[in-house]
Write a protein that binds this ligand. Structure first.
Ligand code: GDP
Length: 535
């Protein structure tokens, strides 16, 4: 090559790099990524379905459930989900809306699965807090809100079921302020509630949107009016119209400029009202949310936030759900796993839609991709192609239930395999006795249902019957200073010392009293006791 050729080649390469950078910037800019946090029954499934409907990802209402039911290709353990009427697995759903690509990370609703939800929130850029209009803040909302806040996520409040008798909007605002110290900025405001819920006032445009129910599941129809339109007085029932004008005035007090920086910091939550069921107001939420939500954040590593074994029993596979955090992901690329230092080629990347999958060629920050690569990943792993970076550790709930799990002697091999796969997913934590002769794994969980799921799946996927022997402990503490500190402390009364899957010391206590006694007597020698298994 002469020097001219070299120059041309170099400039072509620079141009390609520039194009890639531009493509990445463009793709990231149009992505929005969120998780819904709510108490079971607030309407998450219904809202999800309606959002997908507006995004054109599905074509009829009911399809999310229909897909969920069409599970011939997926493991039967999901039967348990169906039987219990709960959603156990987290999946990511992608849909587009006015040029934007929206990634919805679905969080499991049942409280026993909050650990999964925790991790999902670690992969989200925004949290949509869905509240039942009649009930206001509920227990699970409280827990999940705390996590969202811990992660500094922007919060968007959606008050659902306005077609039922609901609390007054101002009451809900006050509740959020009082309990969470969260300021609300109503973007939409309901006109009536229950049977009389007929529309919304849209504050940014000062328009009133009146809805009519669609027949037999069809989309709702709507008419838009200016708030000053005299015609409105005839369209909205007398007292509701008076109430609307009064509310509009009261809302002025809350200011009419939304401070984007305060939203990004999670201090102010844009607020929307809707009836997901009737599709009233879901459109206004989606429109404002996509324009306001935080784009994928600037951290550098990609995070494995969820592992799922045997999605498809014919392939006995294990899928790691990874959130792309920055740059561009392409099929076949090589990444390094921070924990092991191993390099892995990502040859079979998949995108999930509920339980369906398709192969992906490329992905950008904010996308969630399923990687099948047995054994390469563990929950909480970071993977990266460039220089190594640390991801803030994912908090997890401290286990409160402990149980030995056993099998018949002739099933040991399948048992070990199943334990490895299922526990590696992080569905429950596993601990081991320090006694060499007691090698039955100790399952550690937040809720009883986690045990049931593990037992169900051991039987269903590995053909192993298991028994559980509950242990009389209720609190776990990780000894940060490690084994030397445990040895220095000597014998600990009313305490069982076990180890976690990485061999680190964990103390189990019967109750808070036993814990406080050990802390008082041996606290100095033991050093920091943590309720979490931080990496
Ligand atoms: P999830 O447990 O949060 O996923 O809640 P679902 O979406 O399964 O809804 C729980 C129940 O509330 C179901 O019976 C829904 O039909 C009902 N529901 C959901 N959204 C609305 C709504 O906007 N209005 C009314 N009246 N019912 C709703």
């Amino acid at each position: 090559m002469d020097s001219q050729d070299e120059e041309a080649a170099a400039s072509a390469k620079a141009e390609a790099a520039q194009l890639t950078r531009e493509q990445i910037a463009r793709e990231v800019k149009r992505r929005r990524n969120f998780a819904i946090i709510s108490h079971p029954d607030a309407g998450k499934t219904t809202l999800t379905e309606k959002l997908l409907l507006f995004g054109g990802a599905i074509h009829e209402a009911g399809e999310v459930k229909a897909r969920a039911n069409r599970r011939s290709a997926t493991s039967d353990w999901m039967e348990l989900e169906k039987a219990r009427g709960i959603s156990i697995t987290s999946t990511a759903m992608t849909f587009s809306y006015s040029d934007m690509q929206i990634n919805l990370l679905d969080t499991p609703g049942h409280q026993d699965f909050s650990e999964d939800t925790y991790r999902t929130l670690a992969a989200a850029d925004n949290a949509v807090m869905l509240v039942d209009g009649a009930k206001g803040i509920e227990e699970q909302t409280r827990k999940l809100f705390a996590v969202a806040r811990l992660r500094g996520l922007p919060i968007f409040t959606v008050v659902n079921k306005m077609d039922r008798p609901a609390l007054n909007g101002f009451e809900i605002i006050e509740q959020l302020e009082k309990e969470f110290g969260l300021a609300s900025f109503p973007v939409t405001w309901p006109i009536g509630s229950g049977d009389r819920f007929c529309g919304l006032y849209h504050r940014p445009s000062r328009k009133v949107i009146l809805y009519k129910k669609g027949l037999r599941g069809r989309a709702a129809t709507k008419e838009t009016y200016d708030i000053s339109d005299p015609e409105l007085a005839g369209l909205v029932e007398g007292d509701l119209y008076e109430q609307l004008l009064e509310d509009v005035e009261l809302l002025e007090v809350l200011g009419d400029e939304l401070d984007q920086a305060e939203v990004a910091a999670g201090n102010v939550a844009p607020m929307y009202f809707c009836s997901a069921f009737n599709q009233f107001g879901v459109d206004l939420f989606l429109e404002h949310f996509t324009a306001t939500a935080a784009p994928p954040g600037p951290s550098k590593a990609s995070l494995v936030f969820k592992l799922q074994s045997n999605m498809d029993p014919r392939h006995r596979d294990k899928v790691a759900f990874v959130r792309v955090v920055s740059g561009k992901f392409s099929k076949g690329m090589k990444v390094k796993v921070a924990r092991t230092g191993r390099t892995v080629a990502l040859s079979r990347p998949q995108r999930m839609f509920a339980q369906d999958r398709s192969t992906v060629q490329e992905g950008f920050a904010g996308d969630v991709i399923g990687l099948s690569n047995p054994g390469a990943f563990a929950v909480g792993d970071t993977v990266f192609a460039g220089p190594e970076v640390a991801f803030p550790p994912i908090p997890s709930f401290s286990p409160e239930l402990f149980s030995y799990m056993r099998c018949a002697p002739n099933q040991r091999k399948a048992f070990a395999k199943g334990v490895d796969a299922l526990l590696g997913e992080g569905a429950v934590q596993v601990l081991y006795s320090t006694d060499e002769y007691k090698q039955d794994p100790i399952l550690a969980a937040v809720g009883q249902l986690q045990f049931e799921v593990v037992q169900f799946r051991m039987k269903d996927e590995y053909g192993v019957d298991t028994t559980l022997e509950p242990m009389p402990y209720a609190i776990a503490r990780w000894v940060r200073a490690g084994w030397p500190a445990v040895e220095a402390a000597g014998r600990l009364f009313n305490t069982l010392t076990v180890k976690d899957m990485w061999g680190r010391p964990v103390l189990l206590f019967r109750n808070a009293f036993a814990l406080s006694q050990v802390e008082a007597e041996q606290g100095e020698k033991l050093g920091e006791l943590s309720p979490f298994a931080l990496p």
